[in-house]
Write a protein that binds this ligand. Sequence first.
Ligand SMILES: Nc1ncnc2c1ncn2[C@@H]1O[C@H](COP(=O)(O)OP(=O)(O)OP(=O)(O)O)[C@@H](O)[C@H]1O
Ligand SMILES: [Mg+2]
Length: 533
Amino acid sequence: FFSTTCNMIPVKNLTEAQALDAADGVIDGKFYGQAIQGLGPNGQPLGQGPGSQAPGSKPAAPGWTPPSSSAPTSVPPSAPPSAPPKTFSAGAGAGGGGVVNDAPGLPQWSGSNVRPLEASMVSELRKFNITEAAQSSVTNAVKLLNDLGEAWQNDYAIIFSKQSHTWWMLAREGAVLDLNSAVEAHKKITPGSAKSNATKDKKSKEERKKFPLEKRLCQGIVGQRGAIASTSQQIRRKENGWHSTDHPLVFLFLGSSGIGKTELAKQIAKYVHEDDKDGFIRLDMSEYQSQHEVSKFIGAPPGYQGYDDGGQLTKKLKRCPGAVVLFDEVEKAHPDILTCLLATFDEGRLTDGKGETIECCDATFVMTSNLAQKEIADEAVRVRAKLSKAGQTETETAREIISPEYAQKVIMPILKGHFKRDEFLGRINEILFFLPFTEEQKMHLANREIDKWSKIAKKRHNMEIQWSTDVEEFVVKAYDPRFGVRSIQHEVGRQVVSRLAAAHEEDKIGEGDTIILGIRENEVVLRMGAKKS
Ligand SMILES: Nc1ncnc2c1ncn2[C@@H]1O[C@H](COP(=O)(O)OP(=O)(O)OP(=O)(O)O)[C@@H](O)[C@H]1O
Ligand SMILES: [Mg+2]
């Protein structure tokens, strides 16, 4: 499905060389290209003026052509001599230079959908001046246009002439031609926005420094220090510009159920995107087990059912291309989905059924799987026992528990056997192991769960809940490795919360009460503490 959409190009993060290789058309406000051929004055291809290239040949140095004299800083009364004249004829069926629109569902000239480059489009083009306005390069122009935000969509467009391999920028009559000035003017219209962003950036940077990522993550997640340390390191590298911008960040979280894989992904999203709900995308890959579900994933191609719905992933990624994307139970996905993911991880872009390309180099992809969970858990128990004998449990690190040798020898073959594709595993930045909890960690988890409910009791009902460690020990007994922390949550719910709720319903406890939890005859009992005056 990628090959069918090769005439679409994203402009963001585009180098000129890439653009020239891939380009095929108009790039509109949504930053995508569309195939046009032979669009130019009087049927001539664009850029056929003096100084431009012969059709079909590439310019020696890619960039805005013609590289004429000095770039205009204001709208010239007529088009510059080297640029095509203001009016031109082009359009589907126009003799000598037809417009090819071979990718249905292309983006609109302005706005969110596509109108093919036909008569209506051409009349739209006439509202624009053709200009050589970009002073340096298409990349730079695009960057400036991006700075203009949504505002540029109505006033500017970029055209690539396939025949002359020439980029042109179109500016609507009256629009400022010098992009630097346009950006400046735009900033003035939206006062404070840049400044407040800067202040916010600075503030959050300071906050982040004071409260490092690891510390935040450890607050929300018990244990899993190895996974926390590795993800934090990668995220921080990305935050500070020490990462590759060619690929998105890709993690594979391995481990049994209910031990924090999803939770860690959520916490990362919270850190990266704060309260932006679109910043976290979660897809259950067990819903994509058959081939026909690929279209549910990236959207159906034109003419197919569900075309208008868009894909689950692409739709959401479009809203936030830098999102943290969680693919749960990735081992269940159909191999075609994996192919799709591989390309995404590799190129940092994803093309949907409509042929629109989404740049996602900025995204963080987290896949989770229960593959090799037994091998990970068994090894952890074995190594911990060994460490404990040597009196070293306090200093355990994940690397010590699941050694690189063990990972290579035992775990990788399981992954390879399942995914069957080395290149898929090769595109993962980090494979992280989530370890079973130690007894101490289980106690900590029980404490946190009871504490969570005591806070709720305080807030909602003004009740004080107290308990001793024997209650925590009692809860921990119900720990079931098949369900992980969920078994603790369930036991606290059953033994503590429902008892409190029942007592409250029967008016045995109420506002201002202190309730002490204890254990008698193998169950949790409630006792009234001294009433606060
Ligand atoms: N290490 C942990 N520390 C604190 N809470 C945890 C931890 N692990 C899991 N939880 C809690 O348990 C619940 C389930 O955890 P989570 O969804 O992260 O499990 P998971 O590892 O993704 O499991 P699955 O493989 O079943 O998807 C969540 O409410 C989560 O907050
Ligand atoms: Mg999960």
